[in-house]
Write a protein that binds this ligand. Sequence first.
Ligand SMILES: C[S@@+](CC[C@H](N)C(=O)[O-])C[C@H]1O[C@@H](n2cnc3c(N)ncnc32)[C@H](O)[C@@H]1O
Length: 211
Amino acid sequence: MKKTGMFGKKFYEKTLTIKHHPRTESAVVADKTRLQKAIDCGCGTGADMAYIAQAGYQVSGFDVTFDAIEICQQRFKDSTAIKVTQASFESFTYPQTSLIIANASLFFAQPESFQQTWLKLISNLVSGGVFAGDFMGLKDDWARGHSSPITALSKAQVMMLFEDFDLLEFHERDETGETRVGVSKHWHTYSVIAIKKLTFSMQSKDLKVEK
Ligand SMILES: C[S@@+](CC[C@H](N)C(=O)[O-])C[C@H]1O[C@@H](n2cnc3c(N)ncnc32)[C@H](O)[C@@H]1O
């Protein structure tokens, strides 16, 4: 499966030198489970995976884009802690984990199957495990008329995803800014760090995502 779309070699060359996200550090600190297994969803060039592996985790990273996986395979060829797979949010088989990172990637999950994807994504996150990542808000420029499907959610819909979690951080960004390749756009995102509670019962809830 060779898929590049908006994320091509040029994008990844620009991101190859970036540092891991500070939120990833906070998520590692918040994970008290000692399982030390992590998933990086839409891992890109792997800055977060490098950090998490160095913190002692076994990391499974996946990305739908061939170029990202090729770069990661080369970058982590000597690491026994990092395994990368070319897969989408929808097709990945989520192993048991205590840490899920989805930095700037869940925006691109398929909107029509987002609820099932989300339930799959968190189903093997152990109690006490941590989710850290971003969601696209309805006012983002990409929420309307982007070249690829976008999952954009209201604040209430994002909150609903975390009914069975304790929120540690919740940050809304609503401002004009630049993409990593220097293009100006309006950003509307929700960034979350949350810990899965001991009881988990979201399966019956119905989340309707606008297409
Ligand atoms: C903005 S980049 C973020 C990369 C990385 N998480 C980071 O923070 O540097 C978004 C990534 O999500 C990946 N992506 C887009 N759609 C995806 C999908 N449906 N399933 C998995 N990954 C996807 C892209 O290929 C890209 O590498």
